[in-house]
Design a protein around this ligand. Structure first.
Ligand SMILES: Nc1ncnc2c1ncn2[C@@H]1O[C@H](COP(=O)(O)OP(=O)(O)OP(=O)(O)O)[C@@H](O)[C@H]1O
Ligand SMILES: [Mg+2]
Length: 421
């Protein structure tokens, strides 16, 4: 072992430290012995006794000062003192910049290099971060008026990101300061989504509510004695309450799914049986819309791990959309295929219609909550705009994927890929 050679030196150092700590005791002993030697008889035993006192003092238990010296030695041995600012900065996942009292960068960690391209030691922070709030943050910390300060800062390039930045001085008298950046972009995006969602949901509920309130007023006023108008208005009011109930059901469905987003469903689902029962349950809608549903299922077992009710909801939403929006095509093809080779073996269920299709620019956004290609046509079809976002949520829980292909004027194909057992 490399340390063995240093042991005798270590012992000598420890002995010296003990002697030093007991120095007053030793001095007292020596003074006492010298007085005995001077005032009594001169004898070699007195010298031996003096030496014995010194040895005893050296062997006395170590005092508090001695213990802290030992702790420092232990820390040194464990390598703690070797931890430099650079190591600490590298271990922090958020961008971190160390600078001096002229606001010049002394060191930046890898996260800072990745977040703010083009920074280097020796560069002026004021030149790199020109925003006024950043300048005043640097000024206040460098002036020493505050030990640390926090601001909100928006970095526009290379991509827009919102940070909470704190600046603080490092230790005492080091003349070094640290800027730490906490990325707030994701939490801001979630806040914005939540606000949009509430605004959309309230708007969707307020529209039928306003219409119901209007009809109640008409029925109590001008149409009070008009039985024909009353029947017609009551029918509209009933439709509107139905729409509100559907919206609330969809919202509850989404919120229930969000409560358990990463829970992998445990049971086995027979896709042939599930898709068959979806087609059967939507037969009245297909007939009403003049759509013929064709099936193309392979032989053999078609099972995936999952939650049957949730997968039923997925295919129901897709087939309902195909019958509603692809009505003009007159037919909908539902096919199931195994994808045994390739990176993700599993089962694909494709629902294809031959209606107007979906313009390309809408496809990436179509699974967003309340997103509709044509709001009016969706409303007349009693749509809430939540169907596909529910589909997407359920598929995420199943480790599955939804892919949408469409050619305007020729129809749309929605494919669900589910990993096999
Ligand atoms: N097969 C399709 N052909 C053309 N457009 C479609 C098709 N499927 C969906 N869309 C468009 O995508 C939009 C969103 O569909 P989604 O299923 O999320 O909502 P919805 O059908 O309006 O309401 P919900 O499903 O809640 O009743 C629809 O409003 C429609 O504009
Ligand atoms: Mg739908």
């Amino acid at each position: 072992m490399a340390d063995t050679g240093t042991e005798p030196t270590g012992l000598l150092q420890a002995l010296a430290a003990r002697l030093w700590n007991a120095r007053w005791l030793i001095v007292a002993g020596v003074v006492a012995l010298i007085s005995v030697y001077v005032f009594a008889a001169s004898s070699v035993f007195v010298l031996v006794a003096a030496l014995a006192v010194m040895v005893a003092a050296a062997l006395l238990p170590a005092g508090a000062a001695n213990q802290s010296a030992e702790r420092a030695a232990a820390m040194e041995a464990s390598g703690l003192q070797r931890l430099s600012g650079e190591y600490l900065a590298a271990a922090v996942a958020d961008p971190l910049i160390i600078f001096d009292r002229t606001a010049t960068i002394v060191h930046a960690n890898a996260a800072a290099f990745a977040a703010f391209g083009g920074i280097a030691p020796g560069m002026s922070l004021s030149l790199k971060f020109r925003a006024p709030e950043m300048q005043s943050l640097l000024d206040s910390v460098l002036a020493g008026t505050v030990a640390s300060s926090v601001i909100e800062y928006l970095e526009k390039l290379p991509v827009e990101r919102a940070y909470r930045v704190s600046a603080s001085s490092v230790g005492h008298g080091t003349d070094l300061y640290v800027l730490a950046f906490k990325d707030q972009s994701e939490s801001r995006r979630i806040d914005r989504m939540r606000a949009d969602f509430i605004a959309n949901a309230s708007h969707e509920l307020r529209t039928p509510l306003a219409s119901i309130a209007g009809f109640i007023e008409t029925l109590r006023g001008p149409a009070r004695n008009d039985p024909a108008a009353r029947d017609q208005f009551l029918q509209i009011m009933q439709n509107q309450t139905g729409r509100m109930a559907r919206l609330i059901d969809d919202l509850l469905s989404l919120s229930r799914l969000e409560m358990k987003p990463y829970l992998r469903p445990g049971t086995e689902v027979d896709l042939r049986q599930t898709v068959d029962s979806v087609i059967d349950s939507l037969a009245p809608l297909a007939t009403e819309n003049g759509v013929v549903v064709e099936r193309d299922f392979p032989q053999g077992r078609l099972a995936v791990p999952g939650d049957r009710d949730e997968l039923f909801q997925v295919f129901e939403n897709l087939l309902e959309n195909a019958c509603k929006y692809g009505q003009s095509g007159g037919r909908v093809a539902v096919s199931i295929a195994r994808t045994e080779d390739g990176p993700e073996p599993g089962i694909d269920v494709t629902i294809r219609d031959f209606g107007p299709g979906i313009p390309e620019e809408h496809i990436p956004r179509i699974t967003e909550r309340f997103y509709r290609v044509d709001v009016e046509s969706s409303r007349t079809q009693k749509g809430t705009g939540l169907g596909l976002s529910i589909v997407k949520h359920i598929l995420t829980r199943h480790n599955g994927r939804l892919s949408i292909k469409s050619e305007v004027g020729k129809g749309a194909a929605f494919s669900v890929h589910l990993p096999a057992l």
